[in-house]
Design a protein around this ligand. Structure first.
Ligand code: NAD
Length: 552
């Protein structure tokens, strides 16, 4: 692993000639604020924050810290719980008109948003990097994913929610349709690690289904979400249909759960559990996308060079702060040493740094808390006897929250890193004897989010996939193949969550099924004044007849 760029206090590399806004960083020593981020732009974005519903409440603001230097980013107003209630109330009022807006018009907004996002991607990529400290390619992946979702739902939403004809009790006598009715106001709460993808990716299908949305911006990354909200307005979305509130999760987040009609939550399992209980009390639904401890299996017949590079990307993409990133690699004992050699070499070739360009492959951790967890998991493992194959130290010389890409071996069940989610650039290697052993190792622990299998015998790998308890299994790919297939559902089993995003389930969950059944000719029951016994006899015969002719 090489460290390419700036130490804290020095400006990150200035990229020249890319996009309309270069140069991208301030000349001020120590500042990594993109130069084009003027106070007036910030004011425009923050005007989307719902605030001021309670005239007696003091006007508060919060400021995140840019991970590359820990300098403050930009102050953003903080919403109160009264603001949340007010946001839900006005979203609910706006929902009535929005739900009646023809599909085509709603879809056109999503498709225009797609085009604007691609055209203006440099701006939001800068904001994502400024607020999260991630590498530029990791930030671009959010663009790719959101663009795919905007097109997918823009073109498929109507089909996913189209009324379905169903058969009635007596075919022909009852005309039955199953409709999809928007739930009303969807509360969307998402974390800081993918502020664009998780901030808007779940909002798009909720809106297209005819709902209004109230989002809580994560306190570390509000500017990215607010920029996106502004872009959506330029794409034509009416103002009140998507509201943004800010503030602490336990305050404004909890207030959303108290007022909305359905909750889309992405975050830790601990918070998801609490929020699920709160939603259960109110008898509203919740889709919960939670944590993971994702395994990658290398079978004996795998292409070891490809597997090593795939594993390195899957472990360290987004600096390991990705719910589906790989935290444990299980390798067949016959190829363990060879794989280890290839893998460590691949990891050590990855460039670590702080720069607004695509040369750096791995960025910073996002918060001091994340760095502390990573350091603690590594310290605990090494102290209890694990070996460091690579990395293991914080890198304050690169930036205050940087940590080396770390590979551990000899990890045992008494170590935190064994089955607790690290959510950082740390991965452990284990060996397995055979497929049964591999399955047992992959399925240990309570999570079940994502898994990966490498092997040339694709049939054998697919058979193995069926035995692994995970919402997604990638074959000969670390994590992106399933997540990037936005037509297929994505979500967790076990402690990794409930519900699915993407595809049909990712939009139908925002609706209630409503059955509309129209009775023709005669009621379902004995005609007035006739014998009940005769009716029962005749209907029983009819049921037998329908079976014989294959109608039921
Ligand atoms: P977190 O649970 O602490 O916070 C997530 C969001 O919930 C934040 O915006 C926070 O403000 C809000 N929140 C906190 N307490 C709340 C409460 N009581 N009521 C309502 N909202 C509340 O998670 P985090 O540490 O910010 O994010 C990292 C976690 O997210 C990791 O565990 C990671 O695996 C998980 N994650 C999962 C997915 C997925 O798709 N499965 C994706 C990304 C991240």
């Amino acid at each position: 692993m090489t460290a390419e760029t700036a130490a804290p206090g020095a400006p990150a590399e200035v990229e020249s000639g890319v996009g309309p806004t270069a140069p991208r960083t301030s000349n001020e020593v120590g500042s990594v604020r993109p130069t084009w981020v003027s106070d007036s732009r910030v004011a425009r974005w923050t005007s989307w924050v719902r605030q001021g519903a309670d005239p007696d409440a003091p006007v508060g603001s919060q400021t995140g810290l840019a991970p590359w230097t820990l300098e403050p980013t930009a102050a953003v107003p903080v919403s109160t719980t009264v603001d949340v209630t007010d946001a839900v109330r006005s979203a609910r009022a706006a929902h009535a008109d929005w739900a009646r807006t023809p599909f085509r018009e709603r879809a056109e907004i999503a498709l225009r948003f797609h085009d604007l996002l691609l055209a203006e991607q440099d701006e939001v990529i800068d904001l994502i990097q400024w607020e999260t400290g991630k590498a530029r390619f990791s930030a671009w992946q959010e663009i790719g994913q959101v663009a795919a979702l905007a097109r997918h739902y823009g073109r498929r939403a109507e089909h996913y929610l189209a009324p379905q004809k169903r058969r009635g009790m007596v075919p022909g006598a009852t005309v039955v349709k199953e409709l999809r009715v928007p739930k009303g106001v969807i509360g969307v709460i998402s974390p800081w690690n993918y502020p664009l993808y998780l901030g808007v990716g779940d909002v798009l299908p909720a809106l297209l289904a005819g709902n209004a949305v109230v989002s809580k911006a994560d306190s570390q990354t509000p500017l990215t979400l607010l920029w996106t909200r502004d872009l959506m307005a330029r794409a034509g979305l009416p103002d009140d249909v998507w509201q943004v509130v800010t503030g602490a999760g336990g305050v404004t987040g909890a207030a959303i759960v108290e007022a909305a009609d359905f909750i889309m939550f992405t975050g830790s399992t601990a918070t998801g559990r609490r929020l699920g209980a709160q939603a259960g009390e109110r008898l509203i639904g919740a889709s919960l996308e939670l944590g993971g401890k994702n395994p990658l299996l290398v079978r004996a017949d795998a292409d070891l060079v490809a597997a090593a590079h795939g594993a390195a990307n899957a472990a360290f993409a987004n600096t390991g702060q990705m719910c589906i990133h790989v935290e444990r690699i299980h390798v067949h004992e016959n190829v363990y040493d060879e794989f280890k050699h290839e893998f460590v070499a691949a990891v050590e070739a990855m460039r670590l740094g702080a720069a607004y360009d695509y040369d750096v492959e791995v960025g910073s951790l996002t918060s001091t808390e994340q760095l502390a967890t990573v350091a603690e998991h590594v310290r605990d493992a090494v102290e209890r006897g694990a070996s460091l194959l690579s990395g293991g130290r914080a890198r304050p010389d690169v930036g205050p929250l940087f940590h080396e890409l770390t590979v551990l071996e000899g990890v045992t069940a008494d170590m935190k890193v064994y089955d607790e989610e690290t959510f950082g650039p740390v991965v452990s290697l284990y060996s397995f004897r055979d497929d049964d052993d591999a399955v047992a190792q992959a399925n240990r622990g309570s999570y079940g989010l994502s898994a990966s299998i490498w092997g040339k015998d694709v049939r054998a790998a697919e058979a193995l996939a069926l035995r692994i308890r995970a919402g997604a299994v990638n074959i000969n790919d670390g994590a992106a193949a399933a997540a990037g297939s936005v037509e297929a559902g994505m979500g967790g089993m076990g402690d990794s969550g409930l519900g699915r995003r993407h595809g049909a389930e990712g939009i139908r969950k925002y609706t209630d099924a409503q059955t509309v059944a129209r009775q023709r000719w005669m009621p379902l029951g004995p005609p007035p004044g006739s014998s009940v016994e005769r009716f029962v006899h005749a209907t029983t015969k009819q049921l037998g007849l329908m079976k014989r002719i294959g109608l039921r």
